[in-house]
Structure formats: C-alpha cells, structure tokens
Design a protein around this ligand. Structure first.
Ligand code: HEM
Length: 472
C-alpha cells in the first residue's frame, strides 16, 4: 500500500472533515508521484474517498478531487471564484497570455472575440483540410504496405503527433510550412512543456535548474517560438496589404486578424496575435495526438470494435471519404473516440485556486485553496461507470440502460472555460479514425513491452508502440 495512505483529518469548527495526507508523507512519495502520479493518486482516493488534501511535490497544499459535484462547483457553478492556479500562470512565462493562461475580464474579452471562429460552421469549413492532411500522412504508409505485400508497421504516437500538428498548424496558418520549420515548431513546444512539468512536479529542483541555466535556456526557446510565429503573422499582414492581393485564406489566423474589439473597434495587437495563435498550437496539438494514439492502441486490441466501425462506414459511405455532413450518420467511430478519452483523458488533471472563501456541502474552502481536479479518477470511478476499465464505446450510444452521466464525463473541462476547440477536436478525431479504418485493418504487434501512461501536461504513452496496418 503506498505510503501516502494513512492520514489525519482536518476539520475547522463546524465544517466537514477532509482526510489529509500529511506533508512528510507527501514528500516521501514525491519521487513516485513525479515518476507516475496516477497509481499514487488512485490509491489515495480509493483509500480515503473522493476528495483529499495533500501536498503536491511535498510542497504545495492542494485539494485533490474526483467528486463530480465539487468539480462542477469549481468549473461552473461558482466559477467566478476560481482562477487558474500559479501552475498554469507559470506556463505563461513560456507560452504567453493566450486564452488558456489568461484570466478575468481580459480573458472574457478575448474569449468573446475568438469564440465565433470555432463555431460548427467554421469547423465544417476546415474538414477538407483535415481530410487532405490525413490522406497525405497515411499515403506513405499505404505505399509502404503495398510494396511489402500488403502490410506495414507504424509508431503510433509519432504518426499522430505529426498528423495533428500539421492539422492545427495549417488550420491556423494555412501556409504549407517547410517540413523542417514545422518540426522545429513542434519540437520547441514539446521541449518547453517537458521542462515546465518537471519544474512543477519537482519544485525542490528549481535551484539546480537555475544553476544549470535551464530557465534561461528555455526562455530562449520560447523567444525562438514567438519569433517564428511573429514572422508568419507579419508575412500574412504583408501579403494582405499588397495592392490587388488575392482573397486571404479562410484560416484561424485570418479570423484572429479580422476580428475587432466591440468597444474600441481596434484589431488585436501583434503580441496578442502571437499569444493566441501560439495557444491554439499548444492546446490543439498534443491533446488530439494523445487521444488518437490511445484510440489506435484500443482498436488494435479490440478488433471487433474496429470491424463494427468499418461496417458502419462501408454501409454509409460505400468506400468514399466522409464529408462533414456524413459524420452524424457515423456514430460508432465517434463513440470510440469518446470512450478512448474517458479511459485516457488527455487533460487528465486541471488546476484552480479559490480567490475568496467559499463553501461546498459543508466543506469550508479558504481563499487561496489549490484544487487538482482529477478527471482521470472521475472517468474511472465505478460509482458512475460500469466496468470502468473496459473499452465499451457503446456506452456513449443512445438508449443505454445506464446513460453517460453528464458531469462525470469532462474530457473538455466545463463551465465558461470549456475547451474552445472541442468541436474542432471531435471533428478531427472522428475523421482521422474513419480514414484510418477505411484504409487499414489495425493489429497489435506482439512482443512489445506493456504500454504505460505518462501524465505530463497531457496524458501520453511513456514509450511509443507499433501497430500493424494491413491494406484493406
Ligand atoms: C482531444 C482534444 C482536446 C482536449 C481533450 C482538450 C481539453 C481541454 C480542456 C480540458 C480545457 C479546459 C482547461 C481548463 O479548464 O483549465 C481546454 C481548454 C482549451 N482548449 Fe482544448 N482540448 C482539446 C483540443 C483542442 C483544440 C484542437 C484546440 C484548438 C484548436 C483547443 C484549444 C483550447 C483553448 C484555447 C483552451 C482554453 C480555453 C479558455 O480557457 O477559454 N483544444 N481544452
């Protein structure tokens, strides 16, 4: 049993008792927590109940919860009292102050401005691009398979990371980047994120990082990232300003350039444009890549589910690629995507801090309380899910004996800060799943080590794995 388990209880007079893991126990387990928090946190909650107080990295006192009511209270019902914590704020050092890291009235102003760019119809307009990039990314694999007698193998996380990065980068910037520049952009984002996560999980290493110049090094990477994006934005502005310039591309950057603040009629400043476009790349890349990676992993182990998706698309599409309008008639692939995100929620944990004193069902929440909203724990809680460890896409179908409880399924968060890219991501993943299964049968390559989870900012596999693709 993990050493985090035995606890004290804290109970300010007249209020509900909350189990507490003392600081020294948290510290003792901070290495295991840094290595892989999921088993440690699951064991803590299995022992104590849905909500517990503990110390992140042995340093920061935080309330960890998988209680859907408390999660909804924080994200939605009393959302005004909860801001992103200093952990997310710290990320803005590297990725700026776009929607994900912004707060308060300034966040609301930006969100209102940007929201229309993500409406269903705008996303529908991007499906052609999503399909084109998916087809381009799968074509070499199909060619490779045909050349070697009908099958090939592929490293799934690498494939999905490249694919989703190309989709989001071209949805924002249209431009066909040179491959090297795209790879550099993706590499910079990954390196910065990995460092940021380490500095949070192991805060006691900060003096060491400082000594080794790690902060300065990553600041320089962040500057390189901003310079790269600034160059692309300036190029677009120049192109648009040319006399007789052709109509600009209908992409997300153009949407950011075209919008005007209601009160001033002004466009966004150059710095804002960099912040917001960078946030879209960061938030819209790894999340979808990880969800698709886990989906492929699951399908490779559940051939019957894959066959059902293939049979449904064959009946509806008769071999052609799906259009946006076809998607509602192809629910099986979407249910598989939804179930993959239940089992492996890319945003496995979300943070908040209480701005003022609050109360939830007798639990006193003093100002400054940090929250770790544990979506992964909630998505596996047997109180809300039958056989929570099993891959059962049909639970998302209509007419189920036990329908999905709305507030127990939160892969895109909730309340006013619900993921702005939800429709975009669902469409993208739905299309990729359909196209992958239209072209190939997927099988697990035997003999590989067990796949384990690595929860960084998003939940990814610790090591990449291969599947066999057989041309259909
Ligand atoms: C499977 C894919 C995705 C998942 C699971 C996901 C999940 C989330 C979650 C949980 C949040 C809320 C975080 C919080 O409350 O602290 C969020 C916010 C956000 N997401 Fe996504 N996301 C995905 C894809 C995307 C895509 C494709 C984009 C962009 C095209 C995007 C852009 C954003 C932005 C900008 C925010 C901040 C919104 C705000 O605070 O106003 N996401 N996402």
């Amino acid at each position: 049993m993990p050493e985090l388990l035995p606890s004290e209880t804290v109970a300010p007079a007249g209020s509900k008792r909350l189990p507490r893991v003392p600081r020294w126990r948290s510290l003792l387990r901070s290495f295991a927590l840094a290595k892989n928090p999921l088993p440690v946190l699951d064991a803590v909650l299995a022992y104590h109940g849905d909500t517990v107080e503990l110390y992140i990295g042995g340093v920061e006192k935080s309330i960890l919860t998988r209680d859907p009511g408390l999660i909804q209270h924080v994200l939605q019902k009393n959302h005004r009292n909860y801001a992103k914590s200093k952990f997310t704020q710290g990320f803005s050092r590297y990725i700026g102050h776009g929607l994900l890291t912004n707060e308060g009235p300034d966040w609301l102003r930006q969100r209102r401005l940007i929201q229309p760019g993500f409406h269903r119809q705008r996303v529908a307009g991007l499906t052609g691009l999503m399909q084109e990039i998916t087809a381009e990314s799968l074509a070499p694999l199909a060619a490779q398979a045909v050349a070697s007698g009908g099958e090939t193998t592929v490293e799934v996380h690498e494939l999905m990371t490249r694919l989703t990065f190309r989709i989001i980068a071209r949805s924002v910037f249209s431009t066909n980047f040179p491959e090297a520049e795209l790879d550099r952009l993706a590499g910079l984002i990954t390196e910065i994120q990995a460092f940021f996560v380490r500095s949070i999980r192991q805060p006691y290493l900060k003096p060491w990082f400082r000594l080794r110049g790690q902060f300065a090094y990553h600041d320089a990477l962040a500057l390189e990232l901003r310079t790269l994006l600034g160059g692309l934005i300036a190029q677009r502005q120049q192109d648009n300003a040319q006399p007789n310039a052709p109509a600009p591309p209908d992409d997300l950057l153009q949407m950011l350039l075209d919008v005007r603040y209601e009160d001033t009629g002004e466009p966004m400043s150059r710095d804002r444009l960099i912040d917001e476009s960078l946030i879209l790349l960061v938030a819209g890349h790894e999340t979808s890549a990880n969800a698709l990676t886990w989906l492929t992993y699951l399908l490779a182990h559940h051939l019957g589910q894959a066959r059902e998706i293939q049979a449904e698309s064959a009946a509806v599409l008769a071999g052609r690629a799906p259009a946006f309008e076809d998607l509602p008639r192809l629910p099986r692939a979407l249910h598989a995507v939804q179930e993959a995100m239940r089992l492996y929620p890319p945003a496995w944990m979300v943070d908040r801090v209480a701005l003022a004193d609050d109360e939830f069902q007798g639990l006193r929440i003093p100002a400054g309380t940090l929250f770790s909203l544990y979506f992964h724990g909630l998505h596996h809680d047997a109180k809300y899910w039958d056989a929570p460890g099993e891959f059962r896409p049909a639970r998302f179908g209509t007419g189920q004996a036990r329908p999905v409880p709305a507030n127990a399924y939160v892969p895109f968060g909730g309340g006013p800060r619900l993921c702005i890219g939800m429709q975009f991501a669902l469409t993208e993943m739905h299309l990729v799943a359909l196209e992958l299964l239209r072209q190939f049968d997927i099988e697990w390559v035997p003999g590989q080590p067990a796949v384990t989870m690595q929860p960084l900012i998003t939940l990814r596999p610790k090591h990449d794995f291969r599947v066999r693709l057989q041309v259909r």
